[in-house]
Design a protein around this ligand. Structure first.
Ligand code: CDP
Length: 230
């Protein structure tokens, strides 16, 4: 790792565990780019929704893939991802709860995963990146320089997502948010291809009782201690 030009950090974990916050903050501190792989599954989920494709029909979803072009534009300091679906900025639209569920359904399909994994590897080529998702350390970059697995209790994760939604003006009962998270955890960890699981060589961090600053510091300190990046 020392003197290596580029490095890859894989951050995996269940929904709302703190992955993307840690990844964005760490990318800022370590001067590299952040890539939100989940946004790509969300973009496919949104396309299927907008075009009234039967999401439960794997063949139909597979057939629509050549019509889908996804681009991630790194904004500003490289830590803000703008998601472009067929030339349209869908960064906001993909965050709707309905699209979270859709993302989880299309993420079960092999052809969808194949297309998006290819895109993820291409974007990260020849760059130092921090990518978050469900299978980054297991499938996308099994040889990543650093792997983290971020967890938190389901209650705490639901509270975080509930707050996030409320800030966007989308009030929902906490129980509903919790049920949706649990459904997604189950769907993501029980699927046949690239299920959500801790890579054997990942460092696990439980963020339930940690502040955002503490979470970010844990990850960044670990990386800077082991590299010549800083
Ligand atoms: O932000 P949040 O943790 O709620 O989810 P996300 O990272 O935006 O991912 C949305 C969905 O995409 C997940 O529930 C997974 O089903 C899927 N996903 C995946 O299968 N593999 C990835 N590398 C990233 C996301």
């Amino acid at each position: 790792m020392k003197n290596k030009k580029h490095f890859v950090v894989a951050i995996d974990g269940p929904a709302s565990s703190g992955k993307s916050t840690i990844a964005k903050n760490a990318a800022k501190l370590l001067n590299c780019i952040y890539i939100d792989s989940g946004a790509m599954y969300r973009a496919v989920g949104l396309y299927v929704h907008q075009n009234e494709i039967d999401i439960q029909n794997e063949e139909q979803v597979k057939k629509s893939l050549p019509e889908i072009s996804i681009k991630i534009q790194n904004q500003g300091d490289g830590t803000d991802n703008k998601i472009i679906l067929n030339s349209k900025d869908v960064s906001k639209a993909i965050r709707q709860p309905k699209i979270s569920q859709n993302a989880s359904i299309v993420a079960k399909y092999g052809a969808v995963r194949q297309k998006l994994v290819q895109l993820q590897r291409k974007i990260a080529n020849n760059k130092s990146v921090i990518m978050d998702g469900r299978d980054i350390g297991t499938v996308v970059f099994p040889h990543a320089d650093f792997k983290f697995f971020i967890i938190a209790s389901a209650q705490e994760r639901a509270k975080r997502r509930w707050k996030e939604l409320r800030e966007k003006g989308e009030e929902k009962p906490l129980q509903e948010v919790l049920d949706e998270l649990k459904w997604r955890d189950k769907t993501d960890s029980s699927r046949k291809i690239a299920p959500l699981k801790r890579p054997k060589d990942a460092i696990e961090i439980d963020t339930t009782a940690l502040s955002i600053e503490e979470q970010t510091n844990l990850v960044c300190n670990y990386i800077t201690k082991k590299t010549a990046v800083h």
